[in-house]
Design a protein around this ligand. Structure first.
Ligand SMILES: C[S@@+](CC[C@H](N)C(=O)[O-])C[C@H]1O[C@@H](n2cnc3c(N)ncnc32)[C@H](O)[C@@H]1O
Length: 194
């Protein structure tokens, strides 16, 4: 026996992350910092709402990727230049002025994993950093001189741990935006190479 809903009851389960408070916090930080001539890449575009807003409000070229076909199709239908890929794999060295990322950041024990597209959007693995850590390991490689990254995480993800992992990759992490919710605080880290 399982307490999971039957497959038939899951047909209406959304397959693409709908823009939420975290999306808005990241987009708000980005439009403040992105210049018209910047090349911007968003890891995990989801519906494409953030990429689309940043492009519309700054005039910058914004491309992105996502792991799921459903998200790539949705973002493409919004006019976002998108490729289905993992993290920063499609990006050449030193090619990007501003990297954006609102990753799956919620700590999720193995027994709570559902193996569906929304799990890819929300689950950060047991400690919340399953996607954050490899992102931090590679993001410095793609930054153009003077470039930086905006990474959204939650206090549930472990802010000290995120800072420490960034530091092991030579990145300085500074909080540029935050918002308090009942069970967590969302923050946007600005990451730049030392
Ligand atoms: C929290 S949602 C954010 C979506 C969108 N950026 C927003 O802010 O509304 C995280 C997104 O990252 C995608 N994702 C998860 N792991 C990824 C990976 N390794 N590489 C690329 N995208 C990934 C998920 O499919 C999901 O669309």
């Amino acid at each position: 026996m399982t307490d999971r809903p039957a497959l038939a009851d899951r047909r209406e389960t959304p397959t693409v992350y709908a823009p939420a408070a975290d999306s808005a916090l990241l987009a708000g930080a980005a439009v403040n910092q992105v210049g018209t001539d910047d090349v911007v890449f968003e890891v995990g575009v989801g519906s494409g709402w953030v990429a689309n807003r940043v492009a519309a409000e700054t005039g910058a070229r914004v491309a992105g990727d996502d792991l799921t076909l459903e998200a790539c199709a949705k973002a493409a239908s919004r006019g976002v230049e998108v490729v289905c890929a993992n993290l920063l794999d499609p990006v050449a060295d030193a090619a990007v002025d501003v990297v954006l990322c609102n990753p799956p950041y919620l700590p999720t024990p193995p027994e709570a994993e559902w193996d569906d597209p929304m799990e890819a959007a929300l689950s950060g693995g047991p400690e919340g950093r399953r996607v954050v850590d490899p992102f931090l390991d590679d993001v410095g490689r793609v930054l153009a001189p003077g470039g930086h990254a905006l990474l959204l995480v939650s206090t549930l993800t472990g802010l000290d741990e995120v800072r420490a992992h960034a530091a092991t990759n030579g990145l300085i992490a500074e909080i540029v935006r935050e918002e308090q919710f009942p069970y967590e605080r969302l923050v946007v880290f600005d990451l730049a190479l030392e």
